[in-house]
Design a binder for this molecule. Structure first.
Ligand code: BEZ
Length: 248
């Protein structure tokens, strides 16, 4: 099932995602005049930042709400799913932040990215990797399975190891320049409530009114000892898979 996005909730609770992406943009090193594709551009906050380099940036996202929010920011944003891109050797680089873990058919995504790149073009991306949000996932499974929600519905992301993703990139026609998996404790400015209401909204909406609040309380109580400090500040257990690859 496709995740539905609320661009206002994302701006309130998910802005930290783009704010932590400076090192990834540095790795992309966009140059004036380059043509760059931002795959899974969301509300276009980072797309705009990349465009400040003087590069010509196109954003694509599968969510109509996010495409509308990106366009409102002045981004050339198009509604397109990474599994069904239709670009042919147009881009010097493809960039993607915190988006690939939402895409089920990675081999199709990699095929489309390869096809979108000019020969020698680069693919620079970061997303959740193996072990990402482990505590949050266990708490969701513990609270939602007894309420009749299936594990496959709860586990709606795809988190890969380095060796798995390296093989996929190489099989897909890329030369891997660099790839790493790094734990990154990530402060959640709106707490675990904000995170759950933004990224697991659809799942929690399946629960009837009173039970939603009870489930949120249970998830919060399970996570509090591991993700919340004595001052009440929440941190998510993110693990980032980051790579730079080139079209061979
Ligand atoms: C992430 O950025 O790692 C992430 C965000 C929301 C849901 C799952 C993963």
């Amino acid at each position: 099932m496709q995740q539905r996005w609320n661009s206002d909730a994302y701006a309130r609770n998910g802005r930290f995602v783009a704010q932590l992406a400076d090192p990834l943009v540095e790795s992309l090193n966009p140059q004036p005049g380059e043509k760059i594709l931002d795959l899974g551009c969301g509300d276009g906050f980072l797309t705009r930042r990349i465009a400040e380099s003087g590069a010509q940036v196109v954003g694509v996202d599968s969510s109509p709400e996010m495409v509308a929010a990106a366009r409102a920011r002045g981004v050339d944003a198009r509604r397109m799913n990474g599994e069904r891109l239709s670009f042919e050797q147009e881009f010097d680089a493809v960039f993607s932040n915190a988006a690939l873990h939402w895409m089920r058919n990675q081999d199709a995504v990699l095929k489309n990215v390869l096809q979108a790149l000019k020969p020698g073009g680069r693919f620079v991306a970061e997303f959740g990797g193996h072990g990402n949000i482990a505590a949050i996932r266990v708490a969701l499974l513990a609270v939602l399975i007894p309420r009749g929600i299936t594990p496959s519905r709860i586990e709606s992301n795809y988190f890969f190891t380095v060796s798995d993703y390296r093989s996929r990139l190489e099989r897909g026609g890329f030369q891997v320049v660099q790839i790493s998996l790094t734990p990154r404790q990530t402060p959640l400015p709106s707490g675990i409530d904000g995170w759950l209401n933004t990224f697991r909204h659809d799942l929690l909406e399946e629960l009837p009114g009173g039970d939603r609040a009870a489930a949120m309380d249970e998830i919060t109580n399970l996570l509090k000892p591991v993700l919340c400090d004595e001052e009440g500040k929440w941190t998510a257990d993110y693990v980032r898979l980051r790579f730079v690859a080139r079209r061979s």
